[in-house]
Design a binder for this molecule. Structure first.
Ligand SMILES: [Zn+2]
Length: 100
């Protein structure tokens, strides 16, 4: 019994376009809602991800305690961005700053 093995490939191919494989950005973007088929701009809800915490910790270690350790929380690109459908208010996808 042989199972086709794709695990050896380091780069997955984008053969099928799936909602799960959409490259979400950290800003509202045009999307098609998989729940209600709404086409339009998504709503973004930001969540401070672990990278923001990591940056915060790094800043504290460097020595600038209060000013710039809060900066990572102000940079939207460092936050997890949840794309919400403005029509049905369901989560359509999320952008994680660590994953490109
Ligand atoms: Zn929707």
């Amino acid at each position: 019994m042989e199972i086709p093995d794709d695990k050896g490939k380091s780069t997955p191919e984008n053969s099928t376009i799936d909602t799960k494989k959409i490259r979400w950005s950290h800003k509202p973007q045009i999307m098609t809602c998989k729940h209600c088929d709404y086409k339009g701009l998504s709503k973004c809800e930001y969540d401070s991800g672990f990278i923001a915490w990591l940056m915060c910790g790094a800043c504290i270690m460097v020595g600038c305690v209060f000013c710039c350790c809060l900066c990572p929380f102000c940079i939207e690109g460092l936050k997890i961005c949840h794309h919400i459908c403005p029509h049905c208010n369901k989560l359509v996808g999320s952008h994680h700053p660590g994953k490109l």
